[in-house]
Design a protein around this ligand. Structure first.
Ligand SMILES: [Zn+2]
Length: 334
């Protein structure tokens, strides 16, 4: 992640801006990574040749963030998948969005005035840029009429079956360990629940309708694939349209059935929170700005893969969400 950011920043902003910074200044700032981390509130302790501490991005109870290198000029967090120097770190923390801005941020944090700074720009540097790193523009979405129709039909079939009181709805509810009321609640909106009838299947399949996407859930527990993307162009997490300007807290789950379980548990009951789902652990960086200003509770699986993915998503949301929490299970509160 870091390499990509650094190279993008160096290549993307043009050499002429960077040339303003003297190489020796850059090298000097790079070696002050531990000071930069200290200024950002990261306590480090020596462990062999490394300095270790708690990751500034993910909820890190067991220090997994390490500073290493001959001059302690590199750092990384294994669960987050981050690795890089102080300038990459600045961008990863969302304090800058390219290399020149990162140099400004690091200088400011360390109280170092760049020789090039005029009085005017020096004042401006006193408040380092806080805006989030820019995300690449997604390609324009072209959803075919056929794909649009698949989503519409799936939604319609679910709605019809629900209102007709069809037994399939009860079977789906039972298979998910949920009640009809939760399914009804979750089926509202642009993205929600649908039903599809695949060829060679006697039983309709439950579908998850995403904004511009449709995912089928295999009702037979021991057969593969477990899921099938029929329209694979989801442009936002599942049920994202439930996140309104007035929504304070967003619960982000790993998969749709966990999301349904949170709805069943009443997390949306008071109207201040919304439950949305990432399709498994695959959360796209382009979705992060959708969570601007929200308090996010990432409720991914408690296994290693789930927690690593949660930390990665937390990194993507950094600079967008107002607060990021990673749910660690109820045992920690007991
Ligand atoms: Zn981390």
């Amino acid at each position: 992640m870091n390499t990509q950011h650094t190279e993008k920043a160096r290549g993307g902003t043009g050499g002429k801006v960077i040339a303003r910074f003297d190489d020796s200044i850059i090298a000097g700032l790079r070696q002050r990574l531990p000071d930069y981390l200290a200024a950002r509130g990261v306590e480090l302790r020596r462990n062999g040749t490394r300095l270790v501490g708690r990751c500034p991005v993910h909820d890190d109870s067991n220090p997994s963030f390490a500073v290493y290198g001959a001059n302690h000029e590199n750092c990384g967090c294994y669960p987050c998948g981050f690795d890089g120097d102080v300038f990459a770190l600045s961008q990863w923390l969302g304090r800058s969005s390219n290399f020149p801005e990162a140099v400004q941020d690091v200088s400011t944090v360390l109280g170092y005035y760049l020789p090039e700074s005029t009085a005017g720009t020096a004042t401006r540097h006193a408040t380092p840029p806080q805006r989030p790193a820019k995300q690449p523009e997604p390609p324009p979405l072209v959803l075919s009429d056929a794909d649009r129709e698949k989503i519409r039909l799936a939604r319609l079939r679910f709605s019809d079956a629900f209102h007709a009181g069809d037994e399939i709805i009860d079977r789906i509810a039972a298979s998910l360990g949920l009640d009809r009321e939760t399914l009804r609640h979750a089926s509202w909106g642009e993205s929600g629940l649908g039903l599809a009838c695949p060829v060679n299947s006697r039983e309709p399949w439950l579908c998850y309708a995403y904004p511009n996407g449709l995912k089928w859930r295999n009702p037979h527990p021991r057969t593969t694939p477990r899921f099938l993307w029929i329209v694979p162009k989801a442009t936002a997490p599942w049920r994202m349209e439930w996140v309104k300007p007035g929504t304070a807290t967003v619960y982000l789950t790993e998969g749709e059935s966990d999301c349904l379980a949170l709805i069943a548990a009443g997390l949306e009951a008071d109207g201040t929170a919304a439950c949305v789902a990432s399709p498994g652990t695959s959360f796209l960086p382009s979705w992060a700005p959708l969570f601007a200003g929200k308090r996010i509770v990432i409720c991914f699986d408690l296994d290693t893969a789930g927690q690593a993915a949660a930390a990665k998503v937390a990194g993507m949301l950094q600079g967008h969400a107002s607060e990021i929490l990673i749910w660690k299970g109820t045992s920690s509160h007991a």
